[in-house]
Design a protein around this ligand. Structure first.
Ligand code: SF4
Length: 331
């Protein structure tokens, strides 16, 4: 039964929930985590499939209709397609999408689509084998591309986006290869500015290669024209002037898009984050495990969302990087 829509204190309606199903990952991307990984959550700390399903079932009637499943790397969670199937059956869920590094996607693509995944974002930061290895510390580009091909065989999965983190001193050399990739395939390529959510907290503004700089590099070879922005969109999308597809730039550092943010996040250990850069979290696991009713959970969620941050403060005096890293929040 429909409930009052979920609004924050700034009048924004919240309809998009990002669910981190694990903090673990099979890659070691340099801008995300140390070579040895991070201290992982204990199994008992991680929400069960039933608990994630319960929270999604409490939020869907409040208008949280879009679920994005992320990690760490969600495909390393055992039985993950079962969770997809459970969430796809939640009344009111209209869109079920996945963010993955695609290393295990060739194995799981059919089961994920069967279970209900309708959109996929694949994280690939280089299309050159040696540079991919250098950045992810995994010699896995061919396997990742096979995963991308495997999911692309399913017509009902659309769109399939390829997201590349933009790093100064690295991604400049990837700009044209990714532009050519966008022009020659059906995949929607997006560059994402490097954000201060890295594992060793060494982010600095001068490491950020901005969307504008990348756009200029590509435009000098393949002229671009800007497309109209969709509501709640995180990307500025440009069409190739010669009609050969499009490419996008997600610029949270240089061009924040917080004004119409409709997103909240659930961490693998059951914390509600109302912003990617939240310094505070609301524990939903404790009330869940203490037998809270749906109404009690709803009230905790509404209260937390009402206090959602207006915007991030990256680059402002006094900005503090959250303790929780991107690998434990999810894209
Ligand atoms: S930084 Fe926070 S407020 Fe801004 S778009 Fe991201 S989640 Fe929304």
């Amino acid at each position: 039964m429909a409930r009052e829509p979920l609004f924050d204190g700034h009048g924004r309606r919240i309809s998009d929930l990002r669910v981190s199903v694990t903090d673990r990952c099979n890659f070691r991307c340099q801008y995300c985590m140390p070579a040895d990984g991070l201290p992982w959550l204990e199994r008992a700390e991680v929400l069960t499939f039933e608990e994630i399903h319960r929270l999604a079932s409490v939020m869907a009637p409040m208008g949280v209709t879009d679920l994005r499943l992320t990690g760490g790397e969600p495909l390393v969670r055992r039985g993950f397609p079962k969770l997809v199937e459970m969430l796809a059956a939640v009344p009111g869920i209209e869109d079920l999408s996945l963010t993955t590094n695609a290393y295990l996607l060739e194995r799981d693509a059919d089961a994920l689509v069967e279970a209900g995944i309708t959109r996929v974002n694949v994280s690939i930061d280089s299309l050159q084998k040696d540079r991919f290895f250098q950045l992810t510390r995994r010699d896995s580009l061919p396997q990742v591309l096979r995963g991308l091909e495997a999911i692309a065989r399913h017509e009902r999965v659309w769109p399939i986006k390829v997201n590349a983190v933009a790093l100064r001193g690295f991604t400049e050399e990837e700009a044209i290869p990714f532009a050519d990739f966008a022009r020659s395939t059906s995949f929607q390529v997006r560059f994402i500015e490097f954000m201060p959510l890295d594992g060793d907290h060494s982010w600095s503004r001068d490491q950020v290669l901005t969307g504008e700089e990348l756009r200029a590099i590509i435009h000098s070879v393949h002229p671009l024209e800007e497309a109209p922005r969709e509501p709640h969109a995180t990307a500025r999308v440009f069409r190739f002037a010669d009609g050969q597809g499009e490419i996008g730039f997600i610029n949270p550092v240089s061009e924040p898009f917080c004004a119409d943010c409709n997103r909240i996040r659930l961490t693998a250990d059951g914390k509600l984050r109302t912003c990617l850069f939240s310094l505070h979290e609301t524990d939903l696991r404790a009330p869940l495990r203490d037998g809270a009713s749906d109404e009690e959970l709803e009230s905790v969620i509404r209260d937390a969302v009402w206090r959602k941050e207006l915007k991030h403060r990256v680059g402002e005096p006094g900005f503090r990087q959250p303790a929780r890293t991107m690998s434990a929040i999810g894209g």
